[in-house]
Design a binder for this molecule. Sequence first.
Ligand code: ZN
Length: 134
Amino acid sequence: MNPPAVRQEARRRAGVRCEYCRFHERHLPLWPFHLEHIVAEQHGGTDDLDNLAWSCQRCNLRKGTNLSSIDPDTRTVVRVFHPRSDTWEQHFAMTSDGKIQGLTSVGRATAWLFQMNSTERVELRRLLFAQSEW
Ligand SMILES: [Zn+2]
């Protein structure tokens, strides 16, 4: 598969949503989404679809090359969410007030590292919920 086809397939597979924070591309029209390497190339990650995720800019920039972070509740080192081998609903829940709750160590560490609950992100989710646009 050529690079544009890989990009298109990763975007389609993700439902045009960030595979980490679940924002849809239409929610963030001024910030084009990234084709993100789950395992960064510097760690030996490949360009195969199994190692790629569709990501908003914020999540991709916060993730960087990180494969792990700290669970804020237990202060232990844990891996971050892996969109190809993990299920979002297993690690996260969306609350009615616009926050993403980490249900597991992986979910809490990822939500914290990616700043999924920054003020502007929570406010945008609340606005989208109120307008039934989520
Ligand atoms: Zn995101």
